[in-house]
Design a protein around this ligand. Structure first.
Ligand SMILES: [Zn+2]
Ligand SMILES: [Zn+2]
Length: 614
């Protein structure tokens, strides 16, 4: 089975369950093509089908003319020659199956099926706005038809060797852009290189009217594929989940971020700098990739310092840097590097954009098509009609308290929750997420609901940056940070990070973090109240993951492995959710209520339902 243009890491149990199941029944192996094979469909499929490289089959592009397939026949042809019943089923791309463009690559098969895609749909025509949608529709239809045809033949004639080719994924890749996102602060272990995920991106920026559209398709590790659209239209905006059709208005913080991104888009940043000409300063020369660059800085509208590097020979912007506070890393430089400039509509546009945060690559995008002055239809910025709307989550300073049981509270209200358990003279807090802003708001709320019971222990569920960004405020208060051994060095680094741009309590009165680690299980008991911590890792999400269990209250606090949205349906079970449910059972925990780090309080029944749903 061949899916052209698909990333191997998209073929997981959650994102492509049927292909995954096929692979489990037989095998799904990563077979690299050698370096001499250009990453074009023609040479790659020829290498896979013949088992020889370019030097053997002689195919270097998508026109197969001049091939040496007679000397190096494909595997379907060889099986046919050996007298086996064979099937070749190809969607859309002629030279694989037909005598077109130097084809067919597959010379012989006892059964040959081909579904055509109209010539206009074969190639993404950048000049025609509608050709992307038309092409995608045509390719999807061709793939579905050939799949149905192949399934019928496989069930009836039982060919011994078959090859089925699908092309819609490749078309979608050419019509937009694709790249790799590196998940900063989201790896399995704090010291691991950033885990990566493939992303497909389509973005539209209307600098004049302050509008933008960003469409992204990606699959988080151990999670489910997401397809989202974020739209900014002047002073409002919304997010559209293209899989569930749910629309969420953009928060004030989100609007500020989207406007900032538009001002600092690679295609508009020089205009932004020219509008801030009074703040421009020449700071000298530097070398970027062996080339002399002139360096200038300016202050953006929000005060952020931006440094521009302009190639002395090319006159092109080679990179720009901003410095801002990161709750975990401290003062952090973000570098945006631009390369592969090509002329588009009379201007030079970078086709490759690599982002580094704190020196580490966080995104690497290669654009396959860039258009200027495209004037897309106004409907692009409109929310879909009749889509269900949910309210956006309030910002980090909103703390909503829900009493779960006596002395047990869920501190929610924003995107990330914490669990507070109070004892006679102190408290224990599970989770210090987001940022110092969140921690200050949580601290104020705890003073209200548990006066005279200062937080003595702060338990981390896992080190991921969004779940540990609020640790510093608690370290400054002298609380003991409780976690698993793999996170000790990380917490010490968080405590030592420099925060000069946005000073906090810990940078004003620095001190080392007090870290207490446990392995397997740790219990805190005062009187008849017990909090048990269990490390339920490793899982695809993270190597070490703590959950907090209250045996008397039959309540479990869990982060990321299972989330319950405040509104709307719970997502289908991911690998993480299934493994978590199994672990709860294996540990023999008696659970009624589940308090998640994201969303509302739910029940064990809801977890069971999600896991058992097909
Ligand atoms: Zn996480
Ligand atoms: Zn999370």
């Amino acid at each position: 089975m061949g899916v052209d243009g698909v990333r191997f890491d998209f073929l997981g149990p959650d994102s492509a369950p049927s292909i995954w199941a096929l692979g489990q029944a037989g095998f799904l192996a990563r077979v690299p093509v050698d370096e001499a094979t250009p990453t074009w469909s023609g040479p790659c499929w020829a290498t896979i089908a013949t088992g020889t490289g370019v030097a053997g089959h002689g195919i270097t592009g998508n026109d197969l003319t001049g091939h040496r397939l007679a000397e190096h026949p494909d595997f379907v042809t060889r099986a046919t020659w050996a007298g086996l019943p064979t099937l070749l089923a190809v969607s859309g791309w002629p030279p694989l199956a037909l005598a077109e463009d130097g084809g067919p690559l597959f010379a012989e098969a006892s059964t040959r099926e081909f579904t055509a895609v109209p010539r206009t749909g074969l190639v993404w025509d950048a000049a025609r706005e509608a050709s992307r949608e038309e092409g995608l529709t045509a390719w999807d239809a061709a793939d579905e038809a050939i799949t149905a045809r192949a399934a019928a033949i496989l069930a009836g004639q039982a060919p011994r060797v078959s090859f089925v080719y699908l092309g819609a994924v490749d078309f979608a890749g050419h019509a937009t852009g694709s790249g790799t996102a590196y998940n900063q602060g989201q790896s399995l272990r704090p010291s691991d290189p950033y885990s990566t995920r493939a992303v497909e991106i389509m973005s539209v920026a209307d600098f004049e009217k302050g509008r933008s559209v960003n469409e992204q398709v990606t699959t988080p590790i151990g999670g489910l594929s997401t397809k989202t659209r974020a739209v900014l239209r002047g002073d409002s905006g919304f997010g559209h989940n293209l899989l569930t059709n749910v629309v969420t208005p953009t928060t004030p913080g989100g609007l500020t971020g989207a406007r900032t991104a538009l001002r600092r888009d690679p295609l508009s940043i020089l205009v932004t700098a020219s509008r801030r000409a009074d703040t421009l300063r020449y700071v000298g020369e530097d070398v970027v990739d062996g080339e002399k660059n002139d360096v200038v800085t300016f202050a953006d509208a929000d005060g952020t310092q931006i440094t521009l590097y302009v190639g002395a020979r090319t006159g092109l912007l080679s990179k720009y840097e901003t410095i801002a506070d990161n709750p975990v890393l401290g003062d952090t430089v973000t570098e945006t590097k631009l390369s592969d400039y090509r002329p588009v509509g009379g201007v030079q546009s970078p086709f490759r954009v690599v982002t580094r945060v704190g020196g580490q690559v966080t995104q690497d995008v290669k654009y396959s098509d860039v258009k200027v002055n495209a004037s897309p239809e106004a409907s692009l910025y409109e929310p879909p009609a009749a889509a269900p709307q949910v309210t956006p989550l309030p910002g980090p300073t909103t703390v909503a308290v829900t009493k779960i049981a006596d002395d047990v509270f869920l501190l929610a209200g924003s995107s990330h929750n914490s669990l507070l358990v109070t004892f006679p003279d102190h408290s224990l807090l599970v989770e210090a997420p987001l940022s110092d802003e969140r921690t200050q708001a949580v601290m104020a709320k705890i003073k209200e609901i548990a006066p005279g019971k200062p937080v003595r222990y702060v338990v981390m569920t896992h080190y991921h940056f969004d779940h540990s960004g609020g640790l510093r405020g608690w370290i400054a208060q002298g609380a003991t940070i409780v976690t698993t051994p793999g996170n000790k060095a990380f917490v010490e680094q968080v405590a030592a990070a420099k925060h000069t741009i946005r000073p906090d309590d810990l940078s004003r009165a620095p001190k080392a973090a007090v870290v207490e680690t446990y392995t397997g299980k740790r219990a805190f008991t005062v009187g008849d109240r017990t909090v048990e911590l269990y490390d339920v890792g490793p899982n695809p999400h993270v190597a070490e993951m703590t959950v907090a269990y209250l045996p008397k209250e039959k309540t479990l606090f869990v982060a990321d492995l299972f989330s319950i949205p405040a509104e709307g349906p719970i997502a289908p079970a991911s690998t993480n959710t299934r493994q978590f449910a199994e672990k709860v059972q294996a540990l023999g925990l008696q659970v009624d209520k589940i308090a998640p780090a994201h969303g509302r309080i739910g029940s064990m029944d809801e977890l069971k339902q999600v896991v058992s749903a097909k």
